[in-house]
Design a protein around this ligand. Structure first.
Ligand code: SF4
Length: 701
């Protein structure tokens, strides 16, 4: 680890979507310390356990320090030539859709921008998808159906200003800890602020809840449909807002009100009293924020769940005003930035639509590019299916570890292993994914990278370097530009992240007379000196805007052609997938002190001390029934695969259910990957995998 630059550097935590500002300090002896940035509007100096341990994860153990071709060190020129040659050959022989990029919410926006430009505008395919598909895509799809754009209407401050905060499918205390700290502090200062937690598990988040609804997995649509019907019947609808700014209420209400109360209880697994208590709280409270995260998104009905929630806020006009609105909590540090530049295979840059010929034409004219993808590309699960059946001949994976994190992980591993040409850009030499690469490209890690990220409240912040690049590691955007040039494409002469950001800003404002939500035109023409000192800001910030706190839709202004929001009529699905052979419902998720596949947080002994091993949490009576005691090994099996974990027996878990974390990989111990058990079942609209409701068996190992 080498150091340079100023003794203190303002940057952004690389873990979750809260996007906390941190200050990294490098002492004279090169020792790094990291603390919260008191001036950053996301966290005002707070950090969580992961953020406070960042300095413990910066060593070079295991780093990939030079390019490799088939396991042997290679010069950059040789490796880049080979990547360009093999991608060009696949395209020449099998067409543009025979190649794919699988990228990551860990990439900076500038990396993402160049990857998307190369694939969609120059190769001419939309086969670029991201691990954010596993994280946020149901929210994106729900936003686009309701609002006509992928717009988050509110901001973090709304949680502190609300009188009722509903957290559904969100273990905020562990997964977005600094927002949890802000909410807990607001509740302590103002006990009248009520918190409702809707989650099958009694997580740490439920400890501050006034009401915990231990809902059945995937029971959310039934609950929010029931709420919509209740609001209509109790005259809690905002008729003026409905008439002025929305369409489709009657259809949504007809579907919602068709469900009788006994069926609502059955589908949610909740009692009449607690359902009525929840409905009454929502009905009586004007300032309501409903936060949702992976428990909503990672579902075969995730998009419908998002719209069931949004329907209730549209019906009451509780959106875009202080302390009111539906609020999607993004998982990754730059899931939002990826969405802004078209990192999903079904979107274009600057929130333009791949289905809209005018948007495609506008983007191609802006880039002056030779091609333009004319239809959506493969979403993550389908992309790896296409790798498996030979449709994808060349695959470039950047900053992610799909052999651990994708559902049906064993099949994904077999597909990557059999792919004719695989490039992996990573900071680590050996992961479950890198071992299958034909070409390994060493990337910059946190503390070395330079660019921007966007957090859950649309706030764009800088990640700044304070360490010198180790070995021959180079930025991901640089790797992409070098390959693009070698493939014969003009338009990739970017020399710095600030140049790429300026192009991104210019695109956001290009022929945009208010027709798109994403506009950061105030940053058009930004030079490198201004980029270096750029302060965090929320989008939109069009030219001339003063950058104040922003909210959307209080007075309508939706992005459908008629300017009105859409209610979506959503049916509550069957939720029980268990059988006699697979009688437990598996729910996967995060723990407090690890991040994704542990390639960084696993380096900190302090973080690993929180929970040292992969575990399966189950109810005491279920443990007794299958004959496992605390800390025994337990084998979890589905028709797709098996994992072996340590039993954790706890009354926080409801009967017939098992929770297992998604972090551990086979570098830790054989069969530790829980995603080998999760089937490749996806939401039909968003393509997001369903990782929260998997039928499994469990037995002593
Ligand atoms: Fe980092 Fe998220 Fe913790 Fe903030 S809350 S310090 S962004 S991990």
């Amino acid at each position: 680890m080498g150091t340079n630059m100023a003794p203190e550097t303002k940057t952004t935590c690389p873990y979750c979507g809260v996007g906390c500002g941190v200050i990294a300090r490098v002492d004279e002896d090169g020792k790094v310390s990291v603390k919260g940035d008191p001036d950053h509007p996301a966290n005002f100096g707070r950090v969580c356990s992961k953020g406070s341990a960042l300095a413990e994860t910066l060593d070079l153990d295991g780093r990939l320090l030079e390019p490799e071709i088939r396991g042997k060190a290679a010069a950059w020129g040789e490796a880049l030539d080979l990547v360009a040659e093999r991608f060009s050959a696949a395209i020449a022989e099998h067409g543009p859709d025979s190649v794919a990029f699988y990228v990551s919410g860990q990439l900076l926006t500038e990396d993402y921008y160049v990857a998307n430009k190369l694939m969609k505008g120059y190769i001419g395919s939309a086969n670029i998808d991201t691990n954010s598909r596993l994280c946020m895509s149901s929210s994106v799809a729900g936003h686009r159906r309701a609002f006509g754009s992928d717009t988050v209407p509110g901001c973090y401050e709304d949680l502190e200003l609300a009188d009722l905060v509903i957290l559904t499918g969100s273990n905020l205390a562990w997964c977005h800890p600094v927002i949890y700290q802000r909410l807990a502090a607001a509740k302590a200062a103002r006990p009248g602020l009520k918190v409702v937690v809707i989650d099958p598990r009694r997580t740490m988040t439920a400890d501050i809840a006034d009401l915990h609804l231990a809902i059945r997995p995937d029971g959310d649509i039934a609950l929010f449909n029931g709420l919509l019907a209740h609001l209509a019947k109790t005259s809690a609808i905002d008729e003026n807002y409905l008439a002025a700014h929305t369409n489709g209420f009657s259809e949504a209400f007809a579907v919602a009100s068709a469900m009788r109360f006994p069926e609502l209880m059955e589908r949610t697994g909740l009692g009449a009293r607690e359902i009525r208590q929840f409905f009454s709280l929502f009905e009586r409270t004007e300032k309501v924020v409903t936060c949702y995260s992976q428990g909503v998104n990672q579902s075969s009905s995730g998009t419908d769940k998002v719209n069931a929630i949004i329907n209730c806020h549209l019906a009451t006009g509780r959106i875009g005003r202080q302390g009111m609105g539906p609020f999607s909590l993004t998982g990754q540090p730059n899931a939002m930035g990826g969405r802004e530049v078209g990192g999903l295979s079904n979107m274009l840059a600057a929130h333009m639509s791949i289905e809209d010929p005018a948007d495609r034409d506008r983007l191609q004219r802006f880039w002056q590019s030779p091609e333009m993808a004319d239809r959506a590309g493969l979403k993550a699960v389908d992309m790896f299916r296409a790798v498996a059946d030979g449709r994808i001949r060349a695959l470039w994976i950047m900053a992610t570890n799909p052999v651990v994190s994708m559902p049906d992980a064993d099949a994904v591993e077999a597909a990557i292993a059999a792919c004719p040409f695989v490039v992996v850009s990573d900071v680590l030499k050996l992961t479950d994914t890198t071992r299958h690469a034909h070409v390994l490209l060493p990337s910059l890690g946190w503390g070395e990278k330079d660019g921007t990220v966007t957090n859950s409240e649309r706030r764009i912040s800088r990640q700044r370097p304070f360490l010198t690049a180790p070995g021959e590691a180079r930025a991901d955007w640089w790797q992409l530009c070098e390959v693009a040039r070698r493939m014969g494409f003009d338009g990739f002469d970017h020399a710095s992240p600030s140049e790429i950001f300026a192009e991104h800003a210019a695109l956001s404002a290009f022929e945009n007379g208010g027709s798109r939500d994403f506009d950061i035109g105030a940053y058009v023409g930004l030079g490198d000196p201004a980029y270096q000192v750029m302060k965090p800001f929320q989008w939109p910030q069009p030219k001339g805007d003063d950058g104040r706190v922003t909210r959307f839709f209080a007075r309508g202004g939706y992005y459908h052609p008629d300017g009105r929001a859409r209610f979506i009529a959503v049916q509550a699905p069957e939720t029980d997938r268990t059988t006699a052979e697979f009688p437990f419902t598996l729910n996967t998720g995060r723990i407090r002190d690890q991040w994704h596949t542990m390639t960084r947080t696993g380096k900190s002994a302090r973080l690993s001390a929180h929970i040292a091993e992969p575990f399966a949490e189950l109810h005491p009576r279920d443990a007794q029934m299958i004959g496992v005691g605390g800390a025994d090994l337990i084998e979890i099996e589905s028709p797709r695969g098996k994992a072996v974990l340590r039993a954790l027996i706890s009354e926080r878990q409801t009967r017939d259910s098992i929770f297992a974390p998604m972090h551990w990989n086979d570098q830790f111990s054989a069969r530790a990957r829980i995603d080998a058990v999760v089937p490749p079942l996806t939401d039909p609209v968003s393509g997001q995998p369903a990782s929260k409701n998997v039928a499994v068996s469990a037995r002593p190992f």
